[in-house]
Design a protein around this ligand. Structure first.
Ligand code: HEM
Length: 138
């Protein structure tokens, strides 16, 4: 009998977390595409200007953060001791416009790295929620 248990599986593709879909290498590629977009797109110049000249270290740190946040090993917390994103962003004025620029970089990175529709839908709500949590002004 052909029984693939599709009805018991919450997803069409058989992964339950973004980490399962992307793996560590996929998340590193996503983060790299994220900052490459930030580095070049005029629409996000405002948030690019908040960052240092060399985005290399941020590619590494955001990748480590997202590996944990997406359901993989807790490497960010092991290295830096916390997953709280409020204090590292305190020095920067982040309102709705900056939040939306950040989310645009993420959308573009997902597009460029070939994320499927299911993964995009899985991430949409939580990505907005975390970016809005980092926002520190109206
Ligand atoms: C909402 C808009 C956001 C803006 C404008 C923003 C901007 C920044 C800036 C300017 C830095 C410091 C960069 C540097 O030291 O050169 C930073 C650090 C960081 N951001 Fe964001 N960020 C945003 C949202 C987020 C979100 C949603 C996450 C996580 C999903 C995140 C993760 C990080 C991490 C992991 C660091 C490094 C913190 C550390 O370990 O010191 N950011 N961000």
């Amino acid at each position: 009998m052909d029984n693939n248990n599709a009805a018991e599986d919450n997803t069409m593709s058989g992964y339950n977390t973004p980490f399962e879909a992307l793996g560590e290498e996929g998340i590193r590629q996503l983060t790299s595409a994220f900052y490459d977009y930030m580095d070049t797109a005029p629409e996000v110049a405002q948030i690019r200007a908040m960052h240092g000249k060399d985005l290399g270290p941020m590619k590494e740190r955001l990748a480590e953060y997202l590996i944990s946040w997406m359901g993989g090993p807790q490497i960010y917390a092991e290295k830096y001791g916390s997953m709280c994103m409020t204090s590292p962003h305190k020095p920067y004025a982040i309102g709705p416009a900056e939040r939306d620029q950040w989310l645009l970089c993420m959308d573009q990175a997902l597009e460029q790295t070939g994320a499927d529709e299911e993964l995009k839908q899985m991430l949409k709500g939580p990505m907005f929620a975390i970016a809005d949590m980092v926002r520190n002004r109206d």
